[in-house]
Ligand binder design. Structure first.
Ligand code: ADP
Length: 735
């Protein structure tokens, strides 16, 4: 049967069982000792009684002898010997004293008390007999003396035999008590021997039990600690439910947790892409993670014991040694960047994060591959150099200023433009470039916050005169852009030399005025002449001549239209395309436009239709006609014969919308926005198609914009187009 006892219970048993045994043993010993003491007391009592009885007997015998002597002296001398008398009296006194002592001794021993009472009685009778005998002697009564003496002798004989048997009795008791004491002493010795032996056996048994149940279990626990350190599997769990079993369970749990943590640590080290290693105080590698093979090509086992310095590129070795020395001596904990020579001879950049452990006399390192970063840095540096090169050589002057207007950078183009050297310019205020008084806050605000007016993201350009170093001036277009640099908010000022552009503009203006006056006017006169010729004022022309005249008139008309368009586009671009609103009857306006293109439509078999509201609007009628005619002639141009072209209108609150819808080829979605820009056509073949220039829709857009409206197209390729414009019902002049 097994008991699941706790350690506390076991220790209780270990203490209480021997204690109980000892207690029983002591009680038993005590009772034996009592017995021996009692027997000893009995023996002492018997000895005392018998010795006093002996003394009593001797006194009695002495007394008898003295009595006899006294009687003899009376009978022979005729008088009593005084000395004998005195002796007799003292004898009697001593006998009485002895009797009293014996009486005291036998008190509490009923049998002895009774026996001695009889003897005492006899003693009294003897003394009385002797008294009587003496009296008889004194009176010379020989008969009575004899009789008394005989009586005294008889009684004395009886008492003597009684005394003898009493003494024998006591001696027998004494003897038996001595024997009994010897027996008990033997028993006591045997008891002691057995007790000690049992005690030893019990102690051995309990030790064995405790050893089996505790020490061996403790040894299992201790063995587990050794196994844990050696990373060996632990012993099977301890059975039972005592403290040691609990301790074993806790230890097993702790070992499992430690093993898990170690596994995780190892997994981290094994799976780490960085090389994790330790270097002893002599610079030898003591542990290296498996990633070393992947990164450096060396299996970790080959690296153990190797000096780490042998891995470092020779030109980096001195610096690396010094840096590691600093780490070891606590002078630095900064990462160390160094190059490592791999097994295959490749050199890779690594950054070592290292820390020195005084306790382990070891440097623990994590080496991270930064080759890619270094390459990126190199590329970045190259890119930076390229950007710098581009920036320096851009044909635009670039100046970077801080928020208060201080110049931080100026590119080569800027230096060329203004004639200052870079050192003369950097650190100066931007105002020096414009001949302004130093740090004029208004001017700074104009330059720096120029970009603010367009939310800081778009540039705003304006013209200013830049004052060169030699005080000459040059017209520049200034534009600014704010940006957030590494040092905070900065402003990029771009300076474009306007000399050339202004010259081109001047030439363009000259060309336009030439086109408008020197080309259009003569062409208009030529057109007038042709018209006159066609009336026959200069004589009748034959049919061939008529045809040629009509063709020349058409071509001149197209040329004039083209020049007009060009001028309109230019006006629109420079904001000089003015409108002059007036009251316009929409139906009438549309009818007039239809009349204008009717011949063109009929020529290609297109049916024109108007579905327009009867309403008045306030707009520039002429310009609106220009828009409508353009949309109509495009619709006719790109519609198949026999199809309809419809002009419709609708009002949307304060707006009026006019649409020109055809059933022509339609326009792909990606062109919907583009065709309203200058010289934009859907197909390359549209250039010159029926007099197409790609300017018409751009002019329409500009005119509608001047009306404060919008223009657009709804169209799908192959499904016709619907061009529309929306303008306010009441347009305000020259918006
Ligand atoms: P163009 O003088 O060439 O007609 P526009 O600006 O009026 O110039 O038109 C630009 C281009 O838009 C045309 O060349 C043509 O490709 C396209 N386009 C304009 N209207 C239509 C339409 N109704 N159907 C198809 N394409 C059109």
């Amino acid at each position: 049967m097994r008991f699941n006892l706790s350690l506390t219970q076991k220790s209780l048993i270990l203490v209480s069982v021997p204690l109980a045994f000892e207690l029983g043993f002591v009680i038993q010993l005590q009772s034996l000792l009592h017995e021996v003491e009692r027997e000893n007391a009995r023996e002492v009592h018997a000895r005392a009684v018998s010795s006093h009885l002996t003394a009593f007997l001797a006194l009695m015998m002495g007394n008898s002898l003295t009595g006899i002597m006294n009687s003899l002296s009376r009978s022979t001398l005729g008088h009593t010997d005084q000395a004998l008398n005195t002796k007799m009296h003292s004898n009697v006194k001593a006998i009485r004293q002895e009797a009293a002592i014996i009486q005291d001794l036998v008190k509490g021993y009923p049998k002895e008390e009774a026996t001695f009472a009889k003897l005492d009685q006899l003693q009294k009778e003897i003394l009385l007999a002797w008294d009587n005998a003496h009296q008889a002697i004194a009176t010379n009564d020989e008969v009575r003396t004899l009789r008394m003496l005989v009586t005294a002798r008889d009684v004395q004989n009886r008492m003597l035999s009684g005394l003898e048997s009493f003494v024998e009795e006591q001696q027998a008791v004494e003897k038996s008590e001595v024997l009994s004491q010897a027996r008990n002493r033997e028993r006591l010795e045997a008891y002691l021997t057995i007790g000690v032996a049992l005690n030893i056996i019990l102690a051995v048994c309990l030790t064995f039990y405790f050893n089996r149940g505790t020490i061996r279990r403790l040894q299992v626990l201790m063995d587990n600690t050794v196994r844990l350190a050696a990373e060996e599997p632990l012993n099977p769990p301890l059975s039972g439910d005592d403290e040691l079993a609990h301790l074993d369970k806790t230890f097993s749990r702790m070992a499992r947790a430690l093993a898990l943590a170690a596994r995780q640590d190892r997994a981290i080290v094994d799976k780490a892409t960085d090389v994790i290693c330790s270097i002893d105080d002599r610079g030898s590698l003591t542990r290296v993670s498996p990633s070393a093979e992947k990164l450096w090509g060396y299996p970790p086992i080959d690296l153990i014991g190797l000096k780490y310095l042998t891995l470092i590129a020779p030109e980096d070795q001195a610096d690396t040694l010094a840096a590691f020395d600093d780490i070891k001596n606590g002078r630095s904990d900064a990462p160390v960047e160094t190059r490592v020579v791999c097994k295959n001879g490749d050199v890779i950049d690594m950054v070592w994060s290292a820390s020195w452990s005084e306790e382990d006399q070891t440097i623990f390192c994590v080496a991270h591959d930064i080759t890619v970063r270094k390459q990126a840095e190199r590329l970045l540096r190259e890119a930076e150099a390229n950007v710098r090169l581009v920036v320096e050589n851009l044909p635009v002057g670039l100046v970077i200023i801080e928020p208060k207007g201080g110049i931080e950078f100026a590119n080569a183009s800027c230096l060329n433009l203004c004639g200052f050297s870079r050192s003369e310019l950097v650190g100066k205020h931007i105002s020096v470039l414009f001949g302004q008084s130093e740090k004029d806050p208004k001017f700074v605000s104009e330059i720096v916050n120029g970009a603010n007016q367009s939310n800081g993201s778009q540039k705003r350009a304006w013209q200013r005169n830049l004052v060169r170093r030699d005080k000459s001036t040059v017209a520049v277009e200034v534009s600014t852009t704010k940006f957030l640099g590494t040092m905070g908010e900065r402003c990029l000022v771009m300076l474009v030399d306007m000399t050339e552009r202004n010259e081109i503009e001047r030439m363009r203006q000259e060309f336009l005025s030439m086109v408008s006056h020197d080309l259009r006017s003569p062409l208009t006169s030529v057109q007038g002449c042709l018209e006159l010729l066609s009336t026959g004022i200069c004589g009748e022309l034959n049919e061939k001549g008529q045809k040629k005249l009509a063709a020349a008139d058409r071509n001149i008309g197209q040329l004039i239209q083209m020049i007009t368009d060009l001028l309109d586009v230019e006006r629109a671009k420079s904001g000089r395309l003015l409108i002059f609103p007036g009251e316009v009857e929409l139906v009438k306006l549309v009818e007039q436009c239809l009349d204008t293109v009717r011949m063109q439509a009929e020529a290609v078999g297109i049916n024109l239709r108007a579905e327009v509201q009867d309403m008045f609007i306030v707009a520039d009628g002429e310009r609106l006609s220009q828009v409508l005619i353009n949309l109509l002639s495009n619709a006719i141009k790109f519609s198949p014969a026999g199809s309809d072209v419809v002009v419709s209108s609708r009002t949307l609150a304060e707006w009026v919308e006019v649409r020109v819808t055809d059933k022509g080829r339609g326009i792909a979605r990606e062109f919907h926005g583009k065709i309203f820009d200058r010289f934009q056509q859907v197909n390359a073949s549209d250039v010159g198609y029926q007099g197409g220039t790609g300017l018409g829709l751009a002019i329409c857009k500009a005119i509608i914009a001047q009306h404060g409206g919008t223009i657009g197209v709804d169209s799908e390729e192959g499904k016709g187009s619907s061009f529309w414009f929306r303008i306010p019902v009441r347009v305000t002049a020259n918006m």
